[in-house]
Design a protein around this ligand. Sequence first.
Ligand code: ZN
Length: 134
Amino acid sequence: MNKTGKNYKVISVGDIQAKGRVTLHSDLSLTGSEISINELPAGASVPFVHSHKQNEEVYIVIKGKGRFYVDGDEFDIEEGSVIRVDPDGQRCIAADSKVPIRYICIQTQRNSLAQFTEKDGVIHQNIKPSWLKS
Ligand code: ZN
């Protein structure tokens, strides 16, 4: 389902396995981050090591398992693994030889977050969705 409202946008990214990689910055008009949803088939690797000029990245493994490389360190990752990499970190990710890996990568500018959760959120006590009305 795709839907756009005054203050939101919903898209369907479709078949991640078939697409391999979906980036959300343009489709969702993101202003503070780039988010990608990725799947590497069993035995596949991102074919290069990269770093960033100013963005840190968080990799969230949501399915499967694989290996991660940062600055010469290599380690196993699996569903539930979350890796934060500094912009300078030279990184690469690969799927396990027998199991694909699906992960979300969130890219944000290092030191850009001014406030979050309780300091940024505003609770509207008198407004409720249908499922909270009684
Ligand atoms: Zn990157």
